[in-house]
Design a protein around this ligand. Structure first.
Ligand code: NAD
Length: 498
């Protein structure tokens, strides 16, 4: 990528300059030995230089978080959430600016970026309800003896995030973890590090005390340093399964609690009685939204029996999705090459390309990295497009004769994020809900993301660790339970219960 930049003479400087970390309420210089250019997938423009932080930079962020922790964690939660009421208002007020930055660095369309910020707002709204959800319990367990439970913060925690949602995935962890009294170090994806900086400014304006939230920029080396750092108590990770495994193993080896969400291969089971128009629209939107770079995107469609009419409609819908108009770019040239290679291999193995998104260029944005929507039919279950995460706007159609065959294909996947069934028959829908090996199941829904307060998290190799990353389920991860037993009647005699 550096070579590509030096070969180009139309861009002289990065639009946002050299990036800084955010430590103890200030943007601080990074002591780096390497710098990674941040390139907009929309048009190849050079957005920033991201220096890779040194271990000393991480030490400084952890020290700031540790210093802020006592006052922050002891502040009553009803006071802490007042900051998140203000943060929610500031997200609303700055929605357009944040959405434009998300689109610029990630390549998704502006309207998809707006939806991403709206999701950040919903996540923050949930965090403001945490006082109602974490109220403890108290019971007189013996004469004059009370047992009480309280939720306390874990301490200094880390959040490591991927490129595909530069603001939403950070906000899966930031409002809940902080409202519950923790201080955080976040490591943004080196491909999209800009939006998190704007989020830091909004948190600061909302009144978050210095040191509670800190950003350390870097790549895989910084992830390793976070897993190993003795001052960090818990690590949350969202990214590919390969790295989720490494992070889960490394962080737990260092005796930290860890929740690591991985990749996905999501199956949509389409039955012959499915409502054709709605099904086609949902399948096309699910596989192409955010250019297929969603861990909840439809990737494989299992066609049960004769659903040819629905497949025809899916192709019509797919042709209405145009790169550079209502379809964004994929993250970089490596992603475009990888996605197109998957399509070509499937074609060589006998699959039929019904809609072909390869070799796409958007006029005027020749340095952008676009792949058009792609529909591949007659995919065999053993082909790579049927089993591997493609992470592009591609749907692989696998044809089977029975619903049990379709479920067997879904169950054989090592992943387990999402699965969905399209049918008008309630009994078939229940049959699939009971048997799908996925944490999030949909009926006639292309992207079955549970909305707050329901929690987000997959099964199998889509998630390592206990609990989910958002909603009520995240409370367990971000807190420790304190149990106190208190006696107020010293005159009472001692029995086995006191
Ligand atoms: P990635 O795994 O390449 O990177 C994620 C983070 O890990 C980044 O911060 C990166 O700097 C770091 N990293 C990369 N390689 C590393 C290594 N070898 N060692 C240590 N750290 C490393 O993921 P990505 O490409 O940024 O994001 C796409 C992936 O994330 C897809 O697989 C997608 O399914 C997944 N994802 C999953 C969910 C979910 O909820 N399960 C949500 C969003 C994205």
């Amino acid at each position: 990528m550096e070579t590509m930049l030096s070969e180009r003479d139309d861009i002289a400087t990065a639009k946002y300059g050299r990036m800084k970390n955010y430590v103890d309420g200030e943007f601080t210089d990074i002591t780096a030995d390497r710098t990674i250019p941040v390139i907009s997938p929309l048009d190849g423009s050079w957005l920033a230089d991201m220096p890779c932080s040194s271990p000393a930079d991480l030490d400084a962020a952890v020290a700031a978080a540790q210093a802020a922790l006592p006052a922050w964690s002891r502040m009553p939660i009803k006071e802490r959430v007042q900051i998140f009421f203000r943060y929610k208002y500031l997200l609303e007020k700055n929605l357009q600016e944040l959405a434009a930055l998300i689109s610029e660095e990630n390549g998704k369309t502006y309207s998809e970026a707006v939806a991403e910020v709206e999701k950040c707002i919903e996540l923050t709204e949930f965090a403001t309800s945490l006082p109602q959800l974490i109220a403890g319990e108290v019971l007189e367990v013996s004469k004059g003896v009370e047992c009480r439970t309280e939720r306390t913060a874990v301490g200094v925690v880390a959040s490591i995030v991927p490129f595909n949602f530069p603001a939403m995935v950070p906000n899966w962890t930031i409002p809940n973890a902080l409202a519950l009294g923790n201080c955080m170090i976040i490591k943004p994806s080196e491909k999209v590090p800009l939006s998190v900086g704007l989020i830091a400014l909004l948190l600061q304006e909302a009144g978050l005390p210095d040191g509670v939230f800190n950003i350390v920029n870097g790549d895989s080396h910084m992830v390793q340093a976070i897993c190993d750092h003795p001052g960090i108590e818990a690590v949350s990770f969202v990214g590919s399964t390969k790295v989720a495994k490494l992070v889960y193993q490394r962080a737990t080896h260092q005796l930290k609690r860890c929740l690591a969400l991985g990749g996905a291969k999501n199956h949509l089971l389409v039955l012959p009685d499915a409502q054709p128009e709605m099904t086609a629209q949902n399948v096309a939107a699910s596989m192409s939204g955010c250019a297929g770079q969603r861990c909840m995107a439809a990737s494989a469609m299992v066609a049960v029996g004769n659903v040819d009419a629905i497949i025809e409609r899916i192709c019509i819908e797919a042709r209405l999705i145009v790169p550079g108009k209502n379809l964004g770019a994929v993250i970089d040239q490596a992603a475009k090459t990888r996605i197109e290679k998957y399509i070509t291999e499937a074609e060589e193995q006998g699959a039929k390309i019904l809609v072909d998104g390869r070799n796409y260029t958007v006029p005027g944005k020749e340095h952008g990295t676009y792949v058009g929507p792609t529909v591949i039919d007659h995919v065999r279950p053993y082909m790579a497009v049927a089993t591997e995460e493609i992470f592009g706007p591609v749907i692989s159609i696998i044809r089977v004769a029975t619903l049990d065959e379709a479920i067997a294909i879904e169950n054989a996947s090592p992943y387990g994020n999402a699965a969905s069934v399209f049918t008008q028959n309630g009994a078939f829908a229940r049959y699939v809900i009971d048997r799908a090996s996925a944490g999030m199941v949909g009926v006639n829904v292309g992207v079955p993301v549970p909305r707050e307060p329901f929690s987000f998290g997959g099964w199998n190799e889509s998630k390592f660790g206990v609990g989910d990353i958002t909603g009520k389920s995240s409370i367990e991860f971000w807190t420790r339970l304190k149990k106190s037993t208190v006696k107020w009647n010293p005159e009472a005699g001692i029995n086995w219960m006191s």
